[in-house]
Design a protein around this ligand. Sequence first.
Ligand code: ATP
Length: 356
Amino acid sequence: MAGVSLQQLVKRFPDGSTAVSGLSLDVKDGEFVVLVGPSGCGKTTALRMIAGLETPSSGRVIIGDDDVTDLPPGRRDVAMVFQNYALYPHFSVRENIAFPLRMRRTPAAETARLVAEVAESLGIDAHLDKRPGELSGGQRQRVALARALVRQPAVFLFDEPLSNLDAQVRATTRAELVRLHRRLGTTMIYVTHDQVEALSMAQRVAVMHQGRLEQCAAPLEIYRTPSTLFTARFVGSPSINCLTGHVAVHGNRQQFVGPVTMDVVSPALADATLAFRPEHVHLSVEPTPLQGMVTLVEPLGAETIVHVRLTSGADVTVRLGGGAVVEVGSTVHLTIDSAHALVFDGTGRLAGKGRA
Ligand code: ATP
């Protein structure tokens, strides 16, 4: 078991593109960290540098107490699971799982015991004598996981391992992985572009943007107190509401002024964005200072998403309970829960919050 420390990692490709530009991140021993970000933000390249499949242009990779920057993949004690499970089609499931142990010349009895153990823990023990072609996508991905697990590496690296699976199998495999992590306590670094996957699985979420670390924190902190507008917009569905305006200071009163006005705790800002999540807007029939017209209603079963155009012309998304009845075209009155509103400055940094 070992922690992983990335120190100022940079990766420039020969064509001049920079995939990772100064990434520093400390993953604690036994921690489950998810690297998340939009396509092309450099997360796969970062993971490949940890695995040793890509050489950093500069910076160091430390695993446990060892600087492994210049070591080949085979000497790093890491196992990587990819999106494409790359199983050997002519081998049985048993032989596929046993493969890394065979390479290490593990004695046959020990191999049989380890394979049986890991196959049982992943619920694929009934399929050991089948070929990969006879399995479903979810089962195949579990064989790939089993093959990584059986090596008992110090660190697991996952690159979008569930993205080929359908939504239901994906959700169950996600939960299984989290349980597996709890049981094994091995350091896991998991790459995905799916913010739901990131928030639901990680102990800490590392949000990447244009080759840099945007923020690394516990899922709820990322959701509730994003340090940048980029992170605020990247997590949460439907997206956080963003209204642009400025923050005016009159004596000891600070006010966001834009499509809505709200008392805030913030320095004066010529350019500001007021951001608040759809669940922090409430609709009422009683008049409030904020009025709008319903443009779209999405009844999703457990919740209803309502889109409202304010009289100022700005659009606001509202999350209501499942049974909410709202008519398109009706006039509604809104209240924004200022205790949960955030203020970002013109550079997209968190600068303040709504006054509770
Ligand atoms: P995705 O979710 O789409 O896989 P990612 O965040 O994992 O994206 P990377 O695959 O790390 O992103 O790529 C980061 C950037 O580096 C991209 O702009 C990509 O085009 C570029 N890149 C990746 N590999 C190479 C390469 N071998 N040569 C040149 N550029 C590359």
